[in-house]
Design a protein around this ligand. Structure first.
Ligand code: NAP
Length: 246
């Protein structure tokens, strides 16, 4: 089985199946981060060359199943997975985290894109906590009046006049997030609706402090069969091969 990863779930799935003699997995990374956390199981790094390249890869290595466990904002690879599965007849399952929903006390403004998030910050200068990566920061160049605290897995040059980058990988605790927001005198947060528990606590801390959050909604991806859990993948695999799930 080919697992498209780059997420905690992808790693966990590969690990979960590593102990099961019925399956052989290859975990695929795009290679975006400098510090790939190599899993114990087999993995590869790098793009395939579009949907056709992925289809060729599936055929070449005779994969029986494809699991798309990429981040919900990685829309291109998910679209490629749907196309490549159709081209090759490979069964495809998407392992997708449910989106976060606002709870009582949350002050969210939901927006469709990073560009809309930058607009939603308003014209008056504010102290903003941004949890976005190198590829998304450009959207905020249109709002250079704000003081940004940017948290990403790898440090990078933002191009923003007043920004500080902290390189860190989750999980982050409620206490640590609360302390960070208070110490940095953050007035507003921007977050992608990734749905991962690893980075949820910043939202709980914002709720506790009464801080507004600009929540960027997920991009559109073509429909595919989905599950929200590792167990859902295991059950699906069992139905493919007629084997009982363990
Ligand atoms: P993307 O825009 O959907 O994909 C861009 C290209 O990167 C794809 O067309 C593909 O290249 C290659 N690619 C993406 N994921 C791959 C994988 N797992 N294995 C091999 N090639 C892959 O993706 P992205 O938003 O840049 O994200 C890249 C990776 O970072 C993904 O694995 C994703 O799970 C992870 N990630 C993304 C985010 C985010 O917010 N976007 C957050 C956390 C983790 P080819 O067309 O050449 O095959």
């Amino acid at each position: 089985m080919l697992i498209l990863g780059g997420t905690n779930e992808g790693r966990r799935l590969a690990k979960r199946l590593a102990g099961d003699a019925r399956y052989r997995t290859l975990l695929s990374y795009a290679g975006r981060t400098e510090r790939v956390r190599a899993p114990d199981s087999a993995h590869r790094i790098g793009g395939f060359g579009g949907a056709q390249g992925l289809a060729d890869f599936l055929r070449e290595h005779a994969f029986d199943a494809l699991v798309d466990s990429t981040h919900p904002f990685a829309a291109r690879i998910s679209a490629n997975a749907v196309a490549a599965a159709a081209l090759t007849g490979t069964p495809l399952l998407r392992l997708a985290r449910p989106r976060w929903r606002p709870l009582p006390g949350d002050l969210w403004t939901e927006v469709p894109s990073m560009e809309a998030a930058a607009e939603a910050l308003g014209s008056a200068p504010r102290r903003v906590f941004l949890t976005v990566g190198r590829l998304e920061i450009a959207a905020f160049l249109r709002a250079p009046q704000h003081d940004y605290l940017v948290r990403a897995i790898d440090a990078f040059e933002t191009g923003l006049p007043r920004a500080r980058v902290i390189a860190a990988r989750g999980p982050f605790s409620f206490e640590a997030e609360h302390q960070l927001l208070v110490e940095q005198r953050i007035e507003l947060l921007v977050s992608k609706n990734s749905g991962t528990p690893l980075t949820y606590e910043k939202l709980a801390a914002a709720r506790a402090l009464g801080l507004p959050v600009v929540m960027v909604e997920r991009p559109h991806v073509p429909e595919a069969r989905e599950t929200a859990s590792l167990e859902g993948v295991v059950e699906w695999l069992a139905t493919l091969h007629g084997a009982p799930s363990t």
